[in-house]
Design a protein around this ligand. Structure first.
Ligand SMILES: [Fe+2]
Length: 218
């Protein structure tokens, strides 16, 4: 079973990320988080290089990080005031220039969500994009693939089923349960997203239905 693009993402051209969040490109870590990262950097994580972005290895192309609490609170409040949905955590995801992120998923079983509301804050518009895929041999609904993988999936095991070229500051809901990755190969800039979790396991299908009925916006 292959999902069509309606079930992978939903761009919201009517809204734009407020300007106070445009400069929120640097991650934030408490001293306790920093200490934990320094401790873990000897095992399987790397917090070196004077950055608060967390990478799985020094060679990793893809990084995540926490945002300053004031930014997280402000952005979650803006989302709640804009949409008839509940939102939880806010974090950064960043892909290095000329790079592709790993195929992975964050579904309802492991990560407690089916989709996120994302904003591109740095990157080359028209070049940087997201891709979704299905596993070539595991025959399962795409949104249930997380039962089989907790980490990344080798690229030669995945068929690409869709992609979305991001527009700077334009919000887009993003199916995170299906296999997905960032694709930044022809871009000379970091691809940085602010990613806000949609709470209560709401699906992109549900959000699209609200959008089409005119009930998504407050
Ligand atoms: Fe993801």
């Amino acid at each position: 079973m292959v999902l069509n693009s309606d079930q992978l993402y939903l761009e919201i051209p009517e809204a734009t990320l407020p300007t106070q969040f445009h400069s929120a490109t640097e991650p934030f870590m408490t001293p306790q988080q920093k200490q934990a990262m320094d401790f873990m950097s000897g095992t399987n994580l790397d917090a070196s290089g004077n950055t608060n972005f967390i990478v799985t290895t020094k060679e990793s192309t893809w990084e995540t990080a926490t945002v300053h609490p004031d930014t997280a609170k402000g952005l979650a409040n803006w989302c709640r005031n804009t949409f008839n949905l509940k939102f939880s955590g806010v974090f950064f995801v960043r892909t290095k220039p000329n790079s592709v992120g790993p195929w992975h998923c964050e579904g309802p079983l492991m990560k407690g969500r089916q989709c996120a509301l994302n904003f591109l804050i740095t990157g080359e518009p028209g070049k940087t994009k997201a891709q979704w895929g299905v596993h070539k041999t595991i025959n399962t609904p795409p949104e249930e693939i997380e039962k089989y993988f907790s980490g990344s999936v080798p690229p030669d095991e995945v068929d690409i089923i869709g992609e979305y070229v991001s527009k700077q500051y334009v919000p887009f809901f993003y199916n995170t349960a299906c296999l997905h990755r960032s694709f930044n190969t022809s871009s000379t800039a970091h691809r940085t997203l602010l990613s806000v979790c949609v709470a209560d396991n709401i699906s992109i299908h549900h959000i699209r239905t609200m959008y089409e009925k005119g009930t998504l916006f407050k």
